[in-house]
Design a protein around this ligand. Structure first.
Ligand code: SAM
Length: 206
């Protein structure tokens, strides 16, 4: 499975937001929703080989994280309003344990931010999507269960970037221009699809 961890520096943990004004009332959850669509949805389908974590650091309290598991997810729609409604329902749910909980149609919620995600990921080959990283074309990509950390419209918080680098996550670039995060994810998925197609023994990406 491919994992994408989307770090929303301002994205709010509160379910009290207006579906008619997602960018203005959520700390730019819309950026993360577009990333979620790019990571998980293909034309008329869902990538059953991908998991996404939305890490929400905004809202003034403790961070919370929503995990969407493409292996079991259902009723995922490409439009932001429907996706925001699903996220809102999850944010209105209490997580009982100290990990991901309250699973519904492939979505689960946890209290906590990067720490809870790292615990859930276990040992993985990690990459950080950075404009000045190593070119994804030519970089050795781990195809079985890579994890990609992605910044939001503000990029990465410096302390988080330090932490990711400190744990050995490899900076990876998808090209010379700074793109919207969802476009960067689409390009990574494309590179993985191509690499999986030519790699002996690997299952074709769906
Ligand atoms: C809009 S960009 C961040 C903008 C800019 N770094 C800043 O500080 O305002 C959002 C995220 O998309 C990813 N990204 C954008 N362009 C990229 C590229 N050329 N290569 C790799 N990742 C990229 C990075 O994870 C980045 O943090």
């Amino acid at each position: 499975v491919r994992r994408f961890v989307l770090l929303g520096q301002k994205a709010s943990t509160s379910p009290d937001f207006a579906l008619d004004d997602i960018p203005g009332t959520t700390g730019r959850l819309d950026v993360l929703l577009r990333c979620m669509r790019s990571a998980l949805l293909v034309s008329h389908g869902l990538r059953r080989d991908t998991l996404v974590y939305l890490v929400l650091y905004g809202g003034g309290g403790e961070p919370r994280t929503i995990r969407i598991d493409g292996r079991v997810a259902s009723y995922l729609r490409p439009d932001e309003r429907t996706m925001a409604g699903r996220i809102r329902a999850m944010l209105g749910t209490k997580a009982e344990g100290d990990g991901f909980d309250a699973e519904r149609q492939g979505m689960a919620v946890a209290d906590g931010g990067l720490d809870v995600v790292l615990r859930d990921l276990g040992v993985s080959t990690a990459y950080v999507l950075e404009e000045d990283g190593e070119d994804v074309r030519g970089a050795p990509l781990e195809l079985e269960s890579p994890v990609f950390f992605v910044g939001d419209h503000l990029g990465f918080d410096p302390a988080i970037r330090e932490r990711l680098r400190g744990m050995g996550a490899r900076p990876l670039s998808v090209g010379p221009r700074s793109l919207h995060a969802d476009d960067a994810i689409a390009l990574v998925q494309n590179e993985l699809d191509r690499a999986a197609r030519t790699s002996p023994g690997s299952a074709p990406a769906r």
